[in-house]
Design a protein. Sequence first.
Length: 216
Amino acid sequence: MQLTTLECASLLHQSTVSLQPGSRIGILNFASATKPGGGFLSGAQAQEESIARSSNIYPSLISDSAKPFYASHKHDNRGCYYTHHIIWSEDVSVFRDDEGGWHEPYQVDIVTSPAVNAGVVLSRAQDKAYEEQRIEAVMKERMARVLYVFESRGVERIVLGSFGTGVFRNKVEMVARLWAELLKGRFAESFEQVVFGIVDEKTCEEFREVFEHIMG
């Protein structure tokens, strides 16, 4: 079943209230590296924009502590690899669904992190095979850091997704494989529940096949 990030978070919240009150929920925000909330102020429609419209995360993204995140990427985007820097937003209130409907607020913790813009990187590459290997290595490190932040902050249930496979054009198979390897390896005992917010049927099926192969 294909669900958005917010739909996954809502389901986790509902199960947490009934089964494990007080359990913390975390969301990975697929961030623009240079623009707080991506294009949500101008009506853009993507994962980050939906989160920004549906919660009070935006003040956290424009806070003094978050400004260096965007400033560093504007100054040097590292060839569209960006950096491993993240923004941690704790106790964010989610009060709307993806369609803008109001509901009773619930709280989540959010990690804001940009994926590598693989489309731009590869369009400029002289040695595409080398850059593909480098993209995978950088993405694995970044994804591991995202999981470490959730783990170190005591977040028990997390919503991940097909990180950077939209306009940034990372390979779905690669992203699914990296998540599966990390969750089977270093982070195998770190979380009570991990779900993936994926709305595209083909992407969802590719994730399922990769996870079944790796996780068994």
